[in-house]
Design a binder for this molecule. Structure first.
Ligand code: FE2
Length: 128
């Protein structure tokens, strides 16, 4: 049973012209993102992970088969990407799907900040 589905874009395929052309948006959403969703559902079929949401899959990412990890990641990344784009004339409110909001709660921001600070210092010190 397929539980994951392609989210609707919160704007038309041509809404981001001329920055993103209609053809690119159509292919990227209806084919590229759809492929991640289809492959995720295929990879989950007949596994104990079938009923899990993307948020629940991420919580146990280390135990998942590579095909589930890769396609769940692709589905998530694309779902997030669509919500980060906004046609300038539509006053679009940046509302993320629940599972994306839930993902942000899974991130340990103290650890992420520590890693960022270390990377920043390493990067800056390597320039001198
Ligand atoms: Fe893509």
């Amino acid at each position: 049973m397929a539980i994951h589905s392609l989210p609707l874009l919160p704007y038309a395929y041509n809404a981001l012209e001329p920055v993103f052309d209609t053809r690119t948006m159509t292919i990227h959403h209806s084919r590229h993102h759809q492929a991640y969703v289809d492959n995720l559902n295929k990879a989950l079929a007949d596994t104990p992970y079938t009923p899990l949401s993307v948020e629940e899959l991420f919580a146990i990412i280390k135990e998942l088969p590579v095909a589930v990890r890769n396609n769940a990641g692709g589905h998530y990344n694309h779902s997030l990407f669509w919500t980060l784009l906004s046609p300038p004339t539509l006053h679009y409110e940046n509302k993320r799907p629940d599972y994306i909001a839930g993902f942000w709660k899974l991130v340990n921001w103290d650890v992420a900040d520590e890693r960022y600070q270390k990377a920043r210092i390493t990067h800056l010190s390597s320039r001198y």
